[in-house]
Design a protein around this ligand. Sequence first.
Ligand SMILES: Cc1cc2nc3c(=O)[nH]c(=O)nc-3n(C[C@H](O)[C@H](O)[C@H](O)COP(=O)(O)OP(=O)(O)OC[C@H]3O[C@@H](n4cnc5c(N)ncnc54)[C@H](O)[C@@H]3O)c2cc1C
Length: 518
Amino acid sequence: MLGSPSLTSRAAPLRMRPRVVVAADPRLPRAVPDGTEAVVVGGGIAGVSAAVVLAERGVAVTLLEAAPTLGGRLGAWPHTLPDGTDQVVEHGFHAFFRHYYTWRDVLRRIDPELGFLRPVGGYPVLSRTWAPEDLTGLPAAPPLNLLALFARSPSLGLRDLLGSDTGLASELLAYDRERTTALFDDMPAAEFLAGLGMSDRAQAMLFEAFARSFFAQPGALSAGELVAMFHYYFLGNPEGIGFDAPDTDYLTCIWAPFAAYLDKHGATVHTARPARAIVPAEGHRWRVETDDGPLTTRHLVLATEPGSLRDLFAASPDAAAAAPRLAAKAAQVAVAPPFAVTRMWLDRDVAPERPTFSAISREPTLDSVTVYSRLERPSAQWAEHTGGAVVELHSYACTAPDVDTATARMRAELAALWPETADAQVVHLQQRMEATAPTFPPGGAGSRPLPSGEARGIRVAGDYVETPFLTGLMERASASGVLAANDVLGEVGSGPEPIRAVPQRGLLAGLVRTRPPR
Ligand SMILES: Cc1cc2nc3c(=O)[nH]c(=O)nc-3n(C[C@H](O)[C@H](O)[C@H](O)COP(=O)(O)OP(=O)(O)OC[C@H]3O[C@@H](n4cnc5c(N)ncnc54)[C@H](O)[C@@H]3O)c2cc1C
């Protein structure tokens, strides 16, 4: 069950309320001076967030997207099933958390009530070994949320409370960017988790499944990032860990409306048009090379995924010479191991008690399962018509050598958890495996690009960018896009787009004095 609203944001004490991290400035004009233009490279959440803010202010925006459709890792495209049914297939299920204030504000441009988002019942973690754990519905404020987790969780017992290294555990309540980074950035998350001294079950059910959803094995994730994300998603989040998901496919409810919105605000969107290289040009401008000729701009926003930023600078030696700091950071950005997403149209339904979304712990390949036919209308209609089910399997740090093997392994692991799927026939299958996600390895702090200030006239946006306040995943993509847009607005004398964020420090920040074990 999702958190009762009375226990989450509305009842949150003042210290847990969202913070204004960028305030509107009523002294500055909203509109930009005539003739202001910008080129945005990349049409995922980051690029579209930047383009929306800029276009609304009167900037003549040109958005270049390499793929045939907008959306990047949240993208969706039409697909015809073998039985002739038209469906839209997505890059994969996404949880739209309630503390994604910036991304939700951007989405309100296309749906002011966010009517396409529906609560998804619960955030259960399943395993072969232990009883399910549900992470939703914790009280909003620490330490109550941590105590409630201990009291309620079948995985956390008195033994964990007594056996845990309370110094290290209190670090979870003491998030403070500077201190947390200084103490824990170099440490692998696996070492931090082992140092907590909790039972194997608590580690598996509460921490490992969470860590893997950042596209890394706990040994390859920085403990600093783990503590930051634990604060962001659990302990420092006024909304509890409740999330929503669209009730229809992402093309219908997100990307087609954004394309129309951008068009209405005078932006030009080119899909299937990759930026091949960037070149410094006369008059403090940049030239963007495309297969259809060059574009020159004063304001360039690079909103690609991390590997593409690296490739773009590798293909742009003159830009690298003119923007050495950004080029050096681009060369270093860390890309996560591949993830795999497999959507299956099955000839029969899964058992009625199966949750719509489940995280999976301690399976070698499978990390989450979503029953799409209980989530979104087009899949529900197909299932109603055929008596089948649409199920999507994710592997976030996939070790399988190829996508067929990944699918076979995820299916076998699912059958062990949900035996009714073992004999189900796969009527149709869509599968993909790619390495486009960022990762946050130990020792990586300070090496990631900032949204602005890295190179004259170039802003960087994406879910790997270092935002000056705490964000994660889709929210990091959107917030960095708005920050990039704000930097353009600031340069031409227009007021910034306001931004809200979760409280930036934990309850015990400034009070904990323990040193981590080394
Ligand atoms: C399977 C899966 C599940 C996920 N689940 C969640 C979730 O539940 N909750 C959550 O918050 N996040 C989730 N995420 C993460 C989320 O999808 C990303 O954080 C977010 O979409 C990143 O957006 P972005 O704009 O930074 O990058 P992208 O979406 O990668 O967009 C970058 C765009 O740039 C384009 N591009 C690249 N190079 C060029 C070029 N040279 N010229 C022009 N265009 C170019 C690409 O084609 C792409 O469209 C999930 C991701 C995956 C893969």
